[in-house]
Design a protein around this ligand. Structure first.
Ligand code: ADP
Length: 177
């Protein structure tokens, strides 16, 4: 499912964030120390190889709502945008911090003249953010940032499983035209 907002296509697909051929950047649901860990971060670091961990070290730590960029090494992409989402119930205001992750990552991609960015559903794993609420924040942040982007033309949400896909499709559909 896809929609176009201010010349930027926003789409939702089911899949694996480490398997996004042709995308200039993929986002990582990072931890503050930018270390491998589990979930998305574990998958991204193991697919990218140990050079990614070395590239991350001088950039850590980052705070909730922030994003940093590195090369993507063995991933089929040029860059990784490492985003730290809020831990639900701890980092407040959670919706604002989650929106800030997406905005910061998209602005960083745009500054680096990237055209396509794929995101996982940040904060909805170990960080415990409820899926439907996180999906609404994510899609709204992407749509609100779209008019300011000069290079990014494709934003893809890569969802792990049917429930996550459904929640994001409903949020995409609910965006005002
Ligand atoms: P966070 O710590 O920000 O909550 P997680 O990595 O624990 O991040 O999970 C974020 C979301 O990504 C969860 O909804 C999880 O189901 C999903 N996910 C896990 N592995 C992958 C993957 N390989 N590709 C895309 N999404 C994934």
């Amino acid at each position: 499912m896809k929609r176009t907002v201010a010349n930027v296509t926003i789409e939702c697909v089911e899949g694996d964030i480490t398997d996004q051929q042709g995308f200039d950047a993929v986002a990582n649901a990072a931890n503050a120390q930018l270390r491998p860990g589990g979930g998305v971060a574990g998958a991204i670091h193991s697919a990218a190889g140990p050079e990614l961990d070395r590239a991350c070290r001088p950039l850590a730590p980052i705070g909730p709502g922030e994003a940093v960029i590195t090369p993507a090494f063995n991933l089929p992409n040029k860059h990784v945008l490492h985003c730290l989402g809020p831990v639900y119930g701890r980092d407040e205001p959670s919706a604002e911090l989650l929106a800030s992750c997406y905005r910061a990552a998209l602005e960083l991609a745009d500054e680096n003249e990237l055209e396509s960015v794929a995101f996982p559903s940040i904060s909805t794993g170990v960080f415990g953010y409820p899926l439907a609420a996180a999906a609404r924040v994510a899609l709204k942040a992407a749509a609100e940032t779209a008019p300011r982007l000069r290079h990014v033309r494709l934003i893809r949400f890569v969802l792990w499983g049917r429930d996550a896909l459904g929640a994001h499709e409903r949020a995409l559909e609910a965006l005002s035209p």
